[in-house]
Design a binder for this molecule. Sequence first.
Ligand code: ADP
Length: 297
Amino acid sequence: MLRVGLTGGIGAGKSTVSRLLVQLGAVLVDADVVAREVVAVGTPGLAAVVEEFGPDVLAADGSLDRPALGRIVFGDTARREALNAIVHPLVAARRAELAAAAPDDAVVVEDVPLLVETGAAPTYPLVVVVDADAAERERRLVTERGMEVEAARARIAAQATDEERRAAADVLLPNPRHRDGVPDPLPGLVERLWRERLVPFEEGLRAGRRGPVPVGTPAEGDRHRVLHRLSRAGGPAWLFEGDRWPLGAWVSAESGLADLGYVPAGQRRWDSADPGCAVSVTVLPEVIERLSVGGPT
Ligand code: ADP
């Protein structure tokens, strides 16, 4: 099984890409569904929200009155953080539960709107970002979802910037404005992502086989993402200089590597199964300690 984090700014096209991936065979963990489930009537999540914000956030039928809650938290950072502190852990736990219930050979795509904002990118073996610039997203929200311009701008401004999201992307799927009469390139891009990266990555993980070494040279961004992921998997990590694949790394612990796209490769060795990002890892806690390296900056 491979877990993929799919994100993008509001209106970028996450739902569109999710749909295409499901058609190709992915199992979708849908953010909207999860967000509703964790505060459904009778859940501890809803009880915690009412405890924090009072009974006025309940509708007459006892369900969460989202617009009422939205009015409280939207312009108020402290209140929004209080809500997030309740909801985000429940959402993450429910997502993990749904992913774990998928078949062994599944490519599980988790639609996570705030993946970058919550710092969750390094917890996924692969992060796919659907990319449309903020002006185009605003246009879609206004013309296609009927939002007020001010509301659309406020929603966009409350999220990560395009640059922050691009920096977290292992795969960037450009989804600029699609004009009538011109073939939409998005389905082809998604199909290629599925065939050339997601399926072989998943198969490699399941077979315990490392990915092929990509052609080309790793970019600075690749190095950053690898280091963040390795540090998340097992404490301080050290990435060697070098402009060739595979990247070489030392890590202090191996406990989290299997969940982040790595396969065991013999004593103290792990390799990435990602066909787009080859990394050879050696587990050397004693050396890491001597180097006294910190986490990535
Ligand atoms: P998200 O799930 O990221 O918020 P959606 O997939 O719902 O985004 O897309 C937002 C809106 O933009 C939808 O109405 C969708 O039909 C439209 N849309 C998506 N991709 C494009 C595109 N390339 N060109 C024009 N409109 C698009």
